[in-house]
Design a protein around this ligand. Sequence first.
Ligand code: SF4
Length: 476
Amino acid sequence: MEIHTKTKTVNNINIPEQFLKLYPHDACLYENRPEGELNLIEIEKLTEERLEVLMIIKGANDKGFAYTSDEWKKYILEMLTNGNHVDYVRLLYHPDFKLTNEDIRRRRKDVLSHYILVLAFCQEEEKRSWFTQLEVDMFRLKFLHLTDTGIKEFIKINGIGLTIISKDDKNKYREDLLNCTPRLNASNFDSTDFYKVPFKSAPELLHDLSCFVRRGFMYVPHFDAIRILENVFKEHLTSRLLYFSEALKLYCDSRLAPIIKRMSNSSSKITEYNPVVNAGSVSLTSLDSLSQTSFPLCTRNLYEALQRFHHLKYNGRQLLQLFLKGIGLSVQDALEFFRSEFTKVIDSNKFDKEYTYSIRHNYGLEGSKIDYNPPSCINVMNTSPPNQGEYHGCPFRLWDAPMLKKRLAGLGISNQGVIEITDLAKAGHAQIACSKFFEHTHGGTQAAINHPNQFFEESRKYYLSKEQQSQPGTSK
Ligand code: SF4
């Protein structure tokens, strides 16, 4: 490691001044690129470890624990401890802003491994999207364990323009703040600081109607500051990934290239998605309402086209049938569903002769008896573009801006949301646009979408946790 001569004494320990500036806090936006020397083997080891930690977080999400719940945190902690990831236990579960040599070493490891993974994940949209989601989860985990002072210090260090409202303003809006802010009451009112921020700083709070809004500004209590900071973190990371995806095309250090390639290949462990197929878990009668709440736009579009025209051509049929199989519709229900629609325009014999076999085939009951997986977003996008009378494909990739805007507005998405999603789609970020669409239709909940069935699963998790929260006696 490089030896830095200029040092500063903190708590009787000499620390290179440069590191004090680069790594002042366990929580960071990774804006400072790592400096100093490290050998390649060490870089690889650090990066592999971060990948394992991200896999653990992904594991907690895949197991269906409610996001940020005690079970979710406990599972991650247990896995980190079992895997001997002591530095991450410290970083994620005991974050602080002390300045010892040990703190600096851990933070440096955190920043360095983050940057190598940025390089490994930046070149494909699907990987960018997964990486962003898991890094946001990691950021959230750190914040869940930070003290109030630690959060304030983070805001100060990173120059995030969050201004605490004055005592006069706080008292002026006392009633509104108390009425509009869950978890705020007369006893914690005085000790709670409020940040006044533009309303788009934390759209999820707006969706949940859980803060006071006045003249385009939200008054966010300190205990919800993470909602704003998470968005700041995400914006920084998204631009960093896009920046490096361009920069890497022009130059990549030849010593780092093999590591980046290896990490990029192992990242498929993270981006792979295997739908949890539980045949019969979704009933025929619930399909209509599920299509409106939990289908992504690609399959919702097919579902509606089928109801309108009582027919779908091959590519559309394949996508919808495999998607429905993936969400848990049994083969009997799938046959009944497609029969009931198709036989509105053809007779029953023709349906049995021409369509029954392929439905059973998709369920692995005919021919080669392969149990086919539902197609991922990339598969959907790579299918040949729809001709006249076809409705398959990814709307965020295929539709022009006016058509997409009209559809999104028709689904009740705010003007701001429509613009945000359409801009992303226009810039070629279909999956990020779909993830934004998810966010706008699911109370601000974030999910990095890379598979239509994953969209469905995330949506069901959201509705399930909403139902649980509304049960009498459930604490927030
Ligand atoms: Fe469907 Fe994926 Fe496109 Fe979303 S991004 S609409 S899930 S194909």
